[in-house]
Design a protein around this ligand. Structure first.
Ligand code: HPA
Length: 269
């Protein structure tokens, strides 16, 4: 199936080999507008790809140049809470690695557990805690892609983190560093869960990204994750969390996140 998807895509991009793969999360999709596109392919057309049903996820691959570098952008991702299996969620990551991309930059929206932070802040993810209760690598190992027991110590590439810091510095953006904890969702967390997650060392919580990062570690991507804090996590403020506020902060901060991604890509060698 990987070969079939790659063949389908190659027919549309000919000899364009992306260096960077960008995966844009909830409300972060506008970054794609900065790409000088040479091809756009809806997920529904690609063998083995599935449409995203989540709000703010448009569901297409965009190939082109950003900061002069060759990129492919997944505008919209799949989530476990949509009913997709881990295998379905990470299928595009495997395909894009197969196409030759080396660097993976993922974005997501998250709830801030660290009380020193605010909605609108951007966190570079330094590590994660997988509370999804599943793992995309369960099943027979694809030894042509990677090892049975992949190391996760360097799942978040140190050099890419340094590049992100330099980019943030150059742009005057305060870039946070922290640990992302993933749940399956779709319910937001309870205040008691957030207290527990804080004790465990999490700075932000969300419902995505970890499957892709595990897959990326397996198949040899160098990975960087930016998490946009769209709201304070449950119980930090004495009010309910809504998908609307998540979307609003996402829209308001998309420009900042886009500039950060573009500058980071420019710096990375
Ligand atoms: N919890 C989980 N996922 C999220 C949140 C949250 O508070 N905000 C944005 N995505």
């Amino acid at each position: 199936m990987i070969e079939k998807a790659c063949a389908f895509i190659r027919e549309r991009i000919s000899d364009f080999t992306p260096e960077f793969c960008l995966v844009l999360g909830s409300g972060c999709g506008t970054v794609a507008e900065q790409i000088d596109a040479c091809a756009e392919i809806p997920y529904r057309d690609i063998p083995g790809f599935h449409p995203s049903t989540a709000p703010g996820h448009s569901g297409r691959l965009i190939f082109g140049r950003l900061a002069g570098r060759r990129v492919v952008c997944m505008q919209g991702r799949l989530h476990h809470y949509e009913g997709y299996s881990m295998a379905e969620i990470v299928f595009p990551i495997r395909v894009l690695r197969h196409l030759g991309a080396q660097f993976l930059i993922l974005t997501n929206a998250s709830g801030g557990i660290n009380v020193r932070w605010q909605p609108g802040d951007i966190m570079a993810v330094t590590d994660h805690i997988n509370f999804m209760g599943d793992n995309p690598l369960i099943g027979p190992n694809r030894s042509e892609e990677g090892v049975r027991f992949p190391d996760m110590t360097h799942a978040y590439d140190r050099e890419l983190l340094t590049a992100a810091d330099s980019a943030a510095n150059a742009l005057g953006i305060e870039l946070r560093h922290g640990v992302y904890l993933a749940t399956s969702g779709p319910s937001f967390e309870t205040p008691a869960e957030i207290c527990a997650f804080r004790t465990l060392g999490a700075d932000a919580v969300g419902m995505s990204t970890v499957p892709e990062v595990i897959q990326a570690a397996h198949c040899g991507f160098r990975t960087l994750v930016f998490s946009l804090i769209t709201n304070m996590a449950a119980g930090v403020l004495d009010r309910p969390i809504t998908a609307e506020e998540v979307g609003e902060i996402g829209t308001a901060s998309a420009g900042k996140l886009g500039r950060l991604i573009e500058k980071t890509i420019e710096i990375v060698r």
